[in-house]
Design a protein around this ligand. Structure first.
Ligand code: COA
Length: 152
């Protein structure tokens, strides 16, 4: 099952479960994380996907162009926008809708592990970095928190 969220002239945003969205989400994550960022393939897909809520942006030909996921414990991850589509507000639209969805489902504190280059992107959306930088899959990260009890 998927739900339409936002519809612009060139792309539209949906969210739904893994079964409904994985055929589009997997190739986007493969292009961004494995091919572009050299994340090992064995780390990219994990056992969490089946239990997460997923977001997908499609262009008007029905091709997947961006994705992301929210775990049942309120952790945002796997946010990826295909390179030609960056800088058009798509990543922001996904995060804002994740925050709306989390709020409506009674979760007011969201965490994520931000690649350090993306800290400014998440800060502009209200996330606050905390703790030291750490390595994950060869990429420097920092934990960021949104919402009540920030830093708790
Ligand atoms: N650092 C700081 N600011 C950034 C940024 C970055 N890396 N990427 C975008 N922004 C800013 C934009 O300039 C824009 O600001 P504005 O409102 O003043 O114009 C705002 O954040 C929203 O940007 P948006 O166009 O919605 O971002 P995007 O669709 O390009 O998505 C990413 C951003 C990070 C998701 C995208 O670059 C991406 O997929 N990168 C590769 C995968 C990745 O690194 N994922 C994040 C893992 S933590």
């Amino acid at each position: 099952m998927t739900t339409m969220v936002e519809d612009t002239r060139s792309w539209h945003l949906r969210h739904g479960d893994w079964r409904a969205l994985k055929d589009h989400a997997i190739p986007i994550r493969h292009a961004v994380f494995i091919l572009e960022q050299n994340v090992p393939e064995s780390l990219e897909l994990d056992e969490l996907d089946a239990n997460c809520h997923h977001w997908l942006v499609l262009d008007y030909q029905g091709s997947g162009i961006a994705t992301g996921r929210l775990t049942p414990t309120g952790h945002i991850g796997r946010l990826a926008v295909l390179a030609p589509w960056r800088g058009q507000g798509i990543g922001r639209a996904i995060i804002k809708d994740m925050l709306r969805y989390a709020r409506e489902n009674g979760r007011d504190r969201i965490v994520l592990n931000a690649q350090t280059h993306a800290i400014g992107f998440y800060s502009a959306l209200g996330f606050v970095a905390e703790g030291p930088e750490f390595d994950d899959a060869g990429i420097p990260h920092r934990r960021m928190v949104y919402g009540r009890h920030q830093g708790a």
